[in-house]
Write a protein that binds this ligand. Structure first.
Ligand code: PEP
Length: 253
């Protein structure tokens, strides 16, 4: 395991209405979250303010994206310094939906990571292979290239969490088996050992994302190199943040 608390991130994606956000926030406020878990909640930019005003307790907020450099004439973007100024501590970068649908390259994600860190944000950097890449036995090659592009731009990994999210498992109900996920997480830790430093390899948190649910969470959490989860907003993330589920997760740590 990396050092630091088990981290559960809830990615709300492009979902939510004033009403549903109010309900979800009330649900989260009513949950009894153990203090040994970091919970990071990522609403849309539009709903971040509402969530910030209404969420109580241990929840930390994340944006789902930030601009690659200083703000200015970049219509539609939100800059890292705006997030810091607004009191948002985290940002999710490199989510596979942005890599594939908006064509974000490894290099662009690397630059965004560097800029976000320079502005004091903590980054959940997502990496993962497609089904086609897995079937072509390119998993490690793909992940190494995604990691290298980040390593090329940053020197300090203290405020970075890596989210391994196999694209074929995101939103599909097809979860990686605990063994499959563990093998990849171990590879990622080894990559840090060889390409960065053993200290970073030992400390960095590597979380898993992709169809995590009530019934598979505890087996995944029990794996040596799995330090948390990233899950999407739907009934499962509310359930995953529920105290009974938390107990299952923490009991396996
Ligand atoms: C995600 O989008 O980051 C994710 C893990 O989604 P899901 O939980 O729906 O697979």
């Amino acid at each position: 395991k990396g050092s630091g608390k088990f981290l559960v991130g809830g990615n709300w994606k492009c979902n939510g209405t004033v009403d549903s956000v109010r309900k979800l926030v009330a649900d989260l406020n009513g949950a009894d979250v153990p203090s040994d878990i970091d919970i990071v909640v990522a609403p849309t930019f539009l709903h971040l303010g509402m969530a910030k005003d209404q969420l109580k307790g241990p929840y930390q907020l994340a944006a789902q994206n930030s601009w690659v450099g200083k703000g200015g004439a970049f219509t539609g973007e939100v800059s890292a310094e705006m997030l810091t100024d607004f009191g948002i501590p985290w940002v999710i970068l490199g989510h596979s939906e942005r890599r594939s649908l908006i064509d974000e390259s490894n290099e662009f994600v690397g630059e965004k990571t560097a800029y976000a860190l320079s502005q004091g944000l903590k980054v959940i950097a997502c990496i993962g292979e497609t089904l086609q890449q897995r079937e072509a036995n390119q998993v490690f090659e793909v992940l190494d290239a995604q990691l290298t592009a980040i390593a090329d731009t940053i020197a300090d990994w203290e405020n970075v969490v890596i989210a391994y999210e196999p694209v074929w498992a995101i939103g599909t109900g097809k979860v990686a088996s605990p063994e499959q996920a563990q093998a990849v997480h171990a590879h990622i830790r080894q990559w840090f050992e060889e390409k960065v430093t053993p200290e970073v390899a030992n400390s960095i948190r590597i979380i898993y994302g992709g169809s995590v649910n009530d019934s598979n969470a505890s087996n995944l959490a029990g794996q040596e190199d799995i330090d948390g989860f990233l899950l999407s907003l739907d009934i499962r993330s509310a359930a995953a943040l529920h105290p009974s589920h938390q107990d299952k997760i923490s009991s396996r740590l």
